[in-house]
Design a binder for this molecule. Structure first.
Ligand SMILES: [Zn+2]
Length: 179
């Protein structure tokens, strides 16, 4: 089915479910999450504000995987396919709690901190709506603007030879252009 034809009431229900999934996952993993190490903080401080670096918590899962949201069964019944498999992802960020399936590289940490910076500027409701609408309009997880921005900035970080830039400014500018 063409997702763009989904009725607005269904779209807002999906956004509410995503919102609930994010907040319940955050609560689930927060007790096991720890602040950045000094070395991680030093590597990230040319790019992120101290409020983002102070807020972020990291949780490396020991052998278990993040399960897919329970709303997936409903989404599949509605004909929505190519949903992202959470257990296959390197890491997932729930507001300020970053859950990883393996040890953090700087590139992975950078990518997920971009999401923390996005969450910090949007409330959870806006983030969830942006996520769902991005999926519907773009047709895949990779096309969600939140994800595209994180990938673009991660490439800039990886190829930038350490030249500093402000992720907060990038997120602010991106939101201003979007509205
Ligand atoms: Zn991402």
């Amino acid at each position: 089915m063409d997702l763009k034809n989904l009725p607005p009431t269904i779209v807002s229900q999906l956004a509410t479910m995503v919102e609930n999934y994010i907040s319940s996952s955050r609560e689930k993993y927060a007790p096991d999450a720890v602040p950045l190490t000094d070395a991680q903080r030093a590597a990230m401080s040319p790019f992120f504000s101290s409020s983002v670096l102070d807020a972020a918590r990291l949780c490396v899962l020991p052998g278990t995987r993040v399960p897919n949201p329970s709303m997936y069964s409903m989404a599949k019944m509605m004909g929505i396919s190519n949903l992202p498999d959470f257990s296959d992802m390197a890491a997932i960020t729930f507001v300020d709690v970053i859950v990883s399936h393996g040890e953090f590289t700087n590139a992975l940490l950078f990518h997920e901190l971009v999401h923390v910076a996005q969450y910090a500027q949007m409330d959870l409701k806006e983030f969830a709506a942006c996520f769902v609408n991005g999926f519907i309009q773009g047709g895949s997880y990779e096309e969600i603007p939140l994800e595209k921005q994180a990938h673009a900035l991660e490439s800039r970080f990886s190829q930038g030879g350490g030249n500093p830039f402000s992720v907060d400014d990038e997120v602010r500018q991106w939101r201003a252009e979007k509205i």
